[in-house]
Design a protein around this ligand. Structure first.
Ligand SMILES: *Cc1c(COP(=O)(O)O)cnc(C)c1O
Length: 484
């Protein structure tokens, strides 16, 4: 069956051409390639005019949804607007070859040095490595540093990482990847860490604790200093998942809260476009004691006072990525930091928090708010009991938002909230945008009361409405085949 969006293969018309080549004006050569190596029939490529191809791809690109064409409140992902100035700056470094001598790449090394120093200042750490390519990669790197630290002290019994249940899913996964076992602790009813559960969980086998803060509930951990004290007194180190630093940047610093290691997602907080697998960057910051273990090369001050690359790092965990990390992402983050300045970064966090609280407050009467306290940069809401009784679930609300022209929020995450919807408006959205989104959410709440069945039919504005998600995952159709 021909779909409304046929593939190029389906549009193919025998003999149609997109290229206009001149007549051959030299004798045609034959016999150079043995007959046995030649195709028996021409390759089955689509035959199309140039305009067919241009329209095909242009129309496909119009079906894309991105921050540049609409509101994208995908919680925990910080899909904020990325100023175009960043894109102007990054290519200025395209001329540097990754294998170039450090002498010929002094500008790039200075940029790395300056970015590291800025991150140290923002987060309160002594040194950063810029190598990790993503947040989860930063976690793995940070955990390897924790392991190297305990190993150097011959404290080999420490093989457990404590992970609260409100942590991001990558935290326990990274801990296991790094060779640790995980010990989960449950959240207290207010969404924070249960301190008694933490006290019961620490011991001589604990290498450290990973804290996602703000947690996946969008909440700031109120007892953070006490948490740090308990873990340190038990001999563990503290890992801060700072992927969502955009909630606190310029206001408080993880380093000052007692943390030993952290990662930052440049492709969230520091405004690099992300999605589709990257590239991203998850720099890892450490306190003094952990500097010797950082991946090499490390940017250090040379004898002439200029930054240089130091490869002589006997205690280093090694390299975690080719060359120096996702350099273009580093350049974009640095441009972002310089263009906002210290005050601008703080304002960005303040507005991110304000926007999330504005949305949560406005939706209070229409939806359930499982943890009803001031949130950080994102809020978690859920369908009301009445919606659920009418058969309206989070999926239905998310799918209906597509018809309203919005990217749905993150759904069914965090796992500890039943039917969760995690909304992260980000600081780059205006009040009008938020108001329009709130109006759409309220309209959906009204439909859920008056015409719940309609919410099962959405989206109606996309080529495919509701694919069979189980079949799509279990039996994906990834190749087009000609119909026999
Ligand atoms: C996004 C996120 C991560 C993972 O970052 P990636 O770059 O996708 O690997 C980890 N922790 C938290 C809290 C996050 O929001």
């Amino acid at each position: 069956m021909r779909s409304a969006y046929p593939l190029l293969f389906e549009r193919s018309v025998p003999g149609r051409r997109g290229a206009d080549l001149p007549q051959l004006d030299v004798p045609e050569l034959s016999g150079l390639v043995p007959q046995s190596l030649l195709h028996e029939a021409p390759l089955p490529l689509p035959e199309l005019a140039e305009v067919d191809v241009v329209r095909h791809y242009t129309n496909l690109s119009r079906r894309n949804f991105g921050v540049d064409n609409g509101f994208y409140p995908l919680g925990s992902c910080t899909m904020k607007y990325n100023p175009k100035i960043n894109e102007e700056v990054a290519p200025l470094f395209n001329g540097v070859h990754p294998l170039a001598d450090a002498d010929c790449a002094a500008g790039a090394i200075r940029l790395m040095d300056a970015l590291e120093k800025a991150l140290c200042e923002v987060a309160g750490f002594d040194k950063f490595t810029l190598q990790p390519a993503a947040g989860a990669h930063g976690e793995l790197t940070g955990l390897m540093l924790i392991k190297a630290y305990h190993d150097m002290r011959e404290d080999y019994a420490r093989n457990v990482i404590i992970v609260p249940d409100a942590a991001h899913g990558t935290n326990p996964a990274s801990a296991v990847m790094a060779g640790f076992k995980t010990r989960e602790i449950k959240s207290a009813p207010d969404g924070g860490i249960d301190l008694d559960a933490l006290r019961a969980a620490v011991g001589p086998d604990v290498a450290g604790l990973m804290l996602t803060n703000p947690s996946t509930l969008g909440l700031f951990e109120a007892n953070i200093e006490e948490v740090a004290k308990i873990v340190h007194e038990a001999g563990g180190l503290l890992y801060y998942d700072g992927a969502n630093l955009n909630a606190i940047m310029g206001v408080v610093r993880p380093g000052d809260m007692g943390f030993d290691v952290m990662h930052i997602n440049l492709h969230k907080t520091f405004s690099t476009p992300h999605g589709g697998g990257g590239p991203g960057a998850g720099p890892v910051g450490v306190k003094k004691e952990l500097i010797p273990f950082l991946p090499y090369p490390v940017v250090m001050e040379g004898e002439d006072g200029m930054p240089m690359l130091d490869y002589d790092r006997p205690l280093s965990i090694g390299k975690v990525r080719g060359f120096y990390g996702s350099f273009s992402v580093l350049a974009k983050a640095y441009a972002y930091i310089l263009s906002l300045g210290a005050r601008g970064l703080r304002e960005a966090s303040e507005n991110a928090v304000l926007n999330a609280n504005y949305v949560m407050h406005a939706l209070r009467d229409a939806y359930a708010i499982p943890h009803d306290r001031i949130c950080m940069h994102e809020c978690v809401i859920a369908p009301t009991e009445e919606m659920l009784a009418n058969g309206v679930h989070t999926t239905d609300i998310a799918k209906t938002l597509i018809d309203f022209g919005y990217h749905p929020p993150t759904i069914y995450f965090p796992l500890i909230v039943h039917e969760a919807m995690m909304i992260e408006p980000t600081e780059s959205e205006s009040r009008e945008t938020l108001d329009a989104f709130i109006a759409a959410m309220k309209e959906i709440a009204r439909m859920a009361r008056e015409n719940p069945e309609a919410l099962h039919q959405t989206p109606t504005t996309t080529p495919i409405g509701r694919p069979d998600e189980v079949q799509a995952a279990r039996k994906p159709v990834l190749r087009w085949k000609a119909e026999e």
